[in-house]
Design a protein around this ligand. Structure first.
Ligand SMILES: *[C@@H]1O[C@H](CO)[C@@H](O)[C@H](O)[C@H]1NC(C)=O
Ligand SMILES: *[C@@H]1O[C@H](CO)[C@@H](O)[C@H](O)[C@H]1NC(C)=O
Ligand SMILES: *[C@@H]1O[C@H](CO)[C@@H](O)[C@H](O)[C@H]1NC(C)=O
Ligand SMILES: *[C@@H]1O[C@H](CO)[C@@H](O)[C@H](O)[C@H]1NC(C)=O
Ligand SMILES: *[C@@H]1O[C@H](CO)[C@@H](O)[C@H](O)[C@H]1NC(C)=O
Ligand SMILES: *[C@@H]1O[C@H](CO)[C@@H](O)[C@H](O)[C@H]1NC(C)=O
Length: 466
């Protein structure tokens, strides 16, 4: 009995604090009610996604007040609480996590004040039956929904419903890494408030809808990692606010529309791993805000010397490998003061490597391997030492490097390049120096290391013959 008495006091204090707090705060919103229908709709919706065991009225009797639910936010309208944000999926430790084989809950559409709705890692494989995004009822969210997100739901299949085009207040639509497929609806072009459209990592087919070009507030367009094909619509030139355009890893073909040069604020353009052709033309010349240009693995072709590279004043990464580029290495690249990464490997470049490119102040990687470059490399040993294997010049049969003065030992040599003349063999530590560690920057050629080892072994063999 004594024990119980002593326990009761702290419990009482906690209880008192709970119920007196609103009076102290004088915050009118705390005592505001929630309509039964809204509360029931919230409980039913969550229960449908999480599982029958989840008992909202028991666990969270006041979901917009003193028993908040992780992933649920509310707002006041005309003196009543309504649910404005619903986020389902294991984002935090105590997040609402989907049960196995759950379906898409129709109760959701009763929450008419939703501004933000997100499903993360909710519909996963394996499943007993496929689940897709419902094709109707979204009109109930037309006036309210600003952000809609389906991320990492491998078990979510089917298409993007045409009716999404009616969500006229949507500012962010993120549908990434799900199992969605089919064509993208033209109605996407009606979402004129969109700032972000991210459809990466699904299996979408067909063309990039021309209507997208009307989204003139769009800042981010990412449809990378799908199966989109055909040519790009010229309407993309209408995305004048765009900062990031990522179409990498599709089957897009034809010329890059010259209208792209209207995207004056673009800072990232990634068209890599497609089938674009027809040269670079003047398309990229006007993109003065570009920081990252990634066009590798396309049969684009054309002469690299014909581009006014000096105009890309902000460029930090220029990844133009495996594009069937011809011509020599433009000296003007040395004037790009912010350049950190230069990838021109696996093209058809010819001629000398201008020593001037080493003067670019911030450059940490220069990949020129796999071309037909010739002549003598004449960089300082300090440069070879600093760059290590991030200076890639191997695989150019006509290229050799100028060794230091006679009787001096080369402590740093460009990896995989033979010394000019081959007369003095002082191949010491140079090859094994700091360059062993592959660079960790995002844009690097990882597969190269194995190849490079083979090249090195051959080189050592060849040298032993002299
Ligand atoms: C939830 O809990 C309440 C109160 O404990 C109870 O009355 C109700 O029957 C439960 N509902 C379900 C669906 O289990
Ligand atoms: C481009 O960016 C500038 C500076 O951030 C901004 O003032 C301008 O409105 C942007 N242009 C467009 C078309 O959005
Ligand atoms: C080079 O690009 C072509 C397409 O132009 C592609 O088929 C090939 O796989 C690419 N090579 C590498 C090593 O990525
Ligand atoms: C070189 O890099 C440094 C550090 O990242 C940066 O502060 C500086 O602005 C860069 N220089 C140029 C010319 O971009
Ligand atoms: C490389 O260029 C030389 C001429 O400079 C030419 O004879 C040779 O065929 C070229 N090799 C390749 C693989 O294009
Ligand atoms: C290599 O460069 C040095 C200065 O950096 C210069 O003195 C020398 O003449 C050059 N050698 C050749 C063969 O170009």
């Amino acid at each position: 009995m004594k024990k119980i008495e002593s326990l009761r006091f702290p419990v009482l204090v906690v209880w008192l604090l709970h119920f007196t707090a609103p009076c102290i705060g004088q915050d009118e919103s705390v005592g505001a009610p929630m309509k039964i229908a809204e509360q029931e709709a919230l409980y039913d919706t969550i229960q449908d996604f999480v599982g029958k065991w989840w008992n909202g009225s028991d666990l969270y009797p006041d979901p917009c007040g003193w028993t908040p639910i992780q992933g649920v936010s509310c707002d006041l309208y005309d003196g009543f609480w309504y649910v404005t944000d619903l986020s389902i999926g294991p984002v935090h430790d105590n997040s609402l996590t989907c049960g196995q084989d759950v379906d898409f809950s129709p109760n959701l559409f009763a929450l008419r004040h939703l501004k933000s709705l997100s499903f993360f890692n909710c519909f996963v494989t394996p499943r007993r039956r496929p689940v897709s995004i419902p094709a109707s009822n979204w009109e109930f969210f037309a006036g309210s929904l600003e952000s809609l997100e389906f991320r990492l739901n491998s078990g979510l299949t089917g298409t993007v419903p045409e009716i999404f085009g009616g969500l006229r207040n949507l500012q962010s639509l993120v549908i990434t890494e799900n199992g969605l497929m089919g064509k993208l609806p033209e109605s996407i072009g009606n979402l004129v408030e969109l700032r972000r459209l991210n459809l990466a990592g699904n299996s979408f087919t067909g063309r990039v809808p021309g209507s997208i070009g009307g989204l003139n507030r769009l800042l981010i367009l990412d449809v990378s990692g799908n199966l989109l094909s055909g040519t790009l619509p010229v309407t993309l030139g209408g995305l004048t606010a765009l900062l990031k355009l990522d179409l990498n890893g599709n089957q897009l073909e034809g010329e890059i529309p010259k209208e792209i040069r209207n995207l004056k604020n673009l800072s990232l353009l990634d068209l890599s791993d497609n089938r674009f052709s027809g040269g670079l033309g003047e398309t990229i010349q006007g993109l003065n805000s570009l920081q990252e240009l990634v066009l590798s693995n396309n049969p684009i072709g054309g002469d690299i010397m014909s581009i006014g590279w000096q105009n890309l004043r902000c460029i930090t990464a220029l990844e133009l490998s495996n594009m069937s580029l011809t011509g020599g290495i433009p000296e003007s690249l040395a004037n790009l003061k912010s350049l950190r990464f230069l990838g021109l490997n696996d093209n058809k470049l010819t001629g000398d490597i201008p020593s001037k490119i080493a003067t670019s102040p911030n450059v940490t990687s220069i990949y020129l391997h796999g071309n037909n470059l010739t002549g003598k490399l004449n960089f300082s040993e300090a440069f070879y030492g600093r760059m290590g294997r991030r200076f890639g010049a191997w695989g150019n049969p006509g290229l050799c490097y100028q060794q230091p003065e006679e009787f001096e030992t080369a402590s740093h040599a460009p990896f995989g390049v033979k010394p000019c003349g081959l007369q003095v063999i002082k191949y010491g530590a140079g090859l094994r120096d700091p360059a062993w560690t592959m660079p960790s920057s995002g844009l690097d050629v990882f597969g190269v290391s194995r190849l490079a080892l083979v090249v090195e072994a051959l080189l050592v063999l060849a040298l032993q013959h002299f």
